[in-house]
Design a binder for this molecule. Structure first.
Ligand SMILES: [Zn+2]
Length: 391
């Protein structure tokens, strides 16, 4: 019995020590990871390969450099950008969360002049200003192919109401289409005031061209009674049913800025041909020939390598500009799940402009609540020359 008791005891000790050893192994602290060797398996991020829209879209302030539009409208960037205040005596900037009310100072100045001079002349009650560009220009996170050098401005063809829009209104209110169908302007929206504001915009010598939907160009030709010098700057572009796209020439001092040159294909005869061709196409749409569909590969996004070298300096420069309160609350949309900036920004001190004179302007069109659908007008494919003109 004594022997068997001893054996039993020894077996117990053995079992317990094995269990302890096993436990010790499982609770042991993991050995430190091996030290990283020289950067053979760890590649540094190559900024030149990052889509340029991410780099430029993340900048909330302008580059503290001399004002300069660099490159081409659809391939470039902006140094020394200026901020168009959200409110002025005759304008209100829309969609403030996009932080795209920046431009070359010459364009900011032009927008202000167009707003105040057309109002003073009793032509238009004030501008609703859409996108200009990002603080440092460059490819955009969404939307436009152009607007990259700070020389393009989208101005709504909806008259500004007398009341000040709140921050939220500026996100939600949508512009009114000038078209009643793919061919014809809607006289309810396409008023003499619209003709007057486009004509005035075209009258400034620094304006190189103005893009509007071909149906609007056709409507302008009719309203003007045929070709006039100011119509030569108005080009029919796809889309652009609710706003005009003002493009100015390269400003003096903008080395490396490439102008597009005189607009072509802007005669009223071209507009009439567009009207007839589109009408025929709508009445008898031609089906695409049958055969294997070849899918076009989407173009890879532009990188810094695709842009002028000076755009690297623009990205690297110290920030400047913008009203403090507003600019600090604006963050790139990717960082905010809602994509919107809190309404607190509306509390930023906004200069109140002069109220519109009583009875001077007709009541603005009923502004509809936001709906991209409100802007969607079926458009036949624009002709190749129209597509190219927009670049
Ligand atoms: Zn535009």
């Amino acid at each position: 019995m004594r022997w068997s008791g001893l054996v039993y005891g020894l077996v117990c000790i053995f079992v317990v020590s094995i269990a302890q050893a096993a436990l010790a192994q499982t609770t042991a602290v993991a050995p430190p990871p091996p030290e990283k060797g020289p950067a053979s398996d760890e590649r540094p991020v190559d900024v030149a390969k990052i889509p340029a829209k991410k780099l430029f879209g993340a900048e909330s302030r302008a580059a503290k450099l001399a004002p300069r539009a660099i490159g081409f409208y659809s391939r470039g960037c902006l140094s020394g950008g200026e901020y168009l205040p959200p409110d002025g005596p005759a304008w209100q900037a829309m969609r403030l969360s996009r932080n795209r009310n920046w431009a070359h100072p010459d364009l900011v100045d032009l927008v202000k002049r167009l707003a105040t001079e057309s109002k003073a002349a009793g032509e238009w009650p004030g501008l609703l200003v859409g996108d200009l560009t990002q603080p440092r220009g460059g490819p955009m996170t969404s939307g436009h192919a152009s607007h990259q050098v700070g020389l393009d401005a989208d101005v709504w063809l909806t008259p500004m109401p007398e009341r000040r829009f709140s921050w939220e209104d500026r996100e939600k209110v949508s512009a009114v289409s000038m078209l009643k169908n793919s061919l014809d302007v809607n006289p309810e929206a396409f008023t003499p005031g619209v003709v007057a504001i486009i004509k005035r915009a075209a009258s400034y010598p620094e304006v190189e061209r103005i893009g509007v939907n071909p149906a609007i160009k056709y409507g302008l030709c009719k309203a003007a009674g045929g070709d006039t010098p100011w119509l030569a700057k108005i080009q029919g572009w796809g889309g652009h049913t609710y706003h005009m796209h003002i493009r100015i020439k390269c400003p003096p001092g903008s080395n490396g800025c490439r102008s597009q040159g005189e607009p072509t294909g802007t005669s009223c005869a071209v507009a009439e041909r567009w009207y007839a061709d589109t009408k025929a196409w709508l009445e008898n749409p031609k089906k695409a020939p049958k055969g294997p569909k070849t899918k076009r590969k989407p173009k890879p996004p532009m990188t810094l390598e695709d842009l002028p070298d000076a755009c690297r300096d623009v990205l690297a420069a110290a920030p400047t500009g913008g009203p403090k309160l507003l600019a600090e609350t604006i963050v790139p949309p990717e960082q905010k799940p809602s994509g919107l900036v809190p309404a607190v920004a509306a509390a930023a001190p906004i200069p109140i402009g002069e109220p519109a004179g009583p009875g001077v302007f007709a009541a603005p069109h009923q502004l509809q609540p936001s709906a991209e659908a409100a802007l969607a007008v079926p458009q036949p494919k624009p002709a190749e020359h129209l597509r190219r003109a927009q670049q």
